[in-house]
Design a protein around this ligand. Sequence first.
Ligand code: G4F
Length: 332
Amino acid sequence: MPRAFITGVTGQDGQHMAEFLHSKGYEVFGMVKGQNNPKEQIIREEFPYVNIVPGDLADLPSLVKALEVAQPDEVYNLAAISFVALSWNQAELTANLTGTGVLRMLEAVRMVGGQTDNKIRFYQASSSEMFGKVRQIPQDELTPFHPRSPYGCAKVFGHDITVNYRESYGLWACSGILFNHEGPRRGIEFVTRKVTNAAARIKLGVQDELVLGNLDAKRDWGYAGDYVKAMWMMLQQDEPDDFVIATGETHTIEELVELAFDVAGVSNWRSYVRQDPKFFRPAEVDLLIGDSTKAREKLGWVPEVDFAGLVRMMVENDLRLESRKARRDLTD
Ligand code: G4F
């Protein structure tokens, strides 16, 4: 039975990854940080097959211990401070976890078995935020980076140090440069879920306004379930390599809102939406659109859910959740 170790198992991607690897017959170990982490209960209840191991990206000895317990064949480093907007308020913490945390994880892999014959295979969650003020349209593996946030800068470090450890020490390490990927498990602070949840609540009459920032930014949005499959495919290659994972389609936030309200059955979306400067960012990433030709050709990876399918899936999920909540509130 192959063994996999996931950091960030409590997040959207970690949950999808645990589910996917379990379906493939892996023994799954998930790192959870902190004392009384409220998300640990979700993992225990919804993913009972995950072996929970304590550890923190800020603490190298804890990472070494966690890997000694898990003895993994594959390590998926998905943990990070992932909310770009927060990274301006907590820039040092972001650099420490999203950036230097990768270095610690690589060191732990090196110490616990990255250089034995039976090498640990390491996956780093790199991000399209690294392209920032884009130098090329669409963006591929050779597009230069120009990050626009402390988060993007930290991800560039994480990406480069992964390449460097591969080249310096022969670690079996690769990076997936993933464009935005979403789904019903997405946190409410991210724009897709904020919009689909608001559309559902407005439809049900429990919310009357949606307050957003920049409606003109463009993103290449895919489905998280498709993207974790790409991560796994990268680790099944003969040689480690880096891949862009994207749909190749881009849409504005405005198009997202229009479609979500349409799916929810709310007409005249403009009358519900207000813009507030507090949601604008000090520096914006205006346009992301990825070229994943390399992943399609070398890995055979293709996204199965398109933008319309993704928005429908998320709105329908939020309609279900919010109607259940509304019914519960009525009976209380
Ligand atoms: O949903 P977002 O917060 O995602 P963002 O910043 O693109 O980052 C996500 O994708 C990255 C991959 O490119 C990941 F690395 C990262 O961890 C994360 O998963 O914002 C998307 C866009 C931005 O342009 C933002 O300015 O939506 C715009 N936006 C407009 N109003 C808003 C809002 N974003 C949020 N979160 N909330 C708003 O009210």
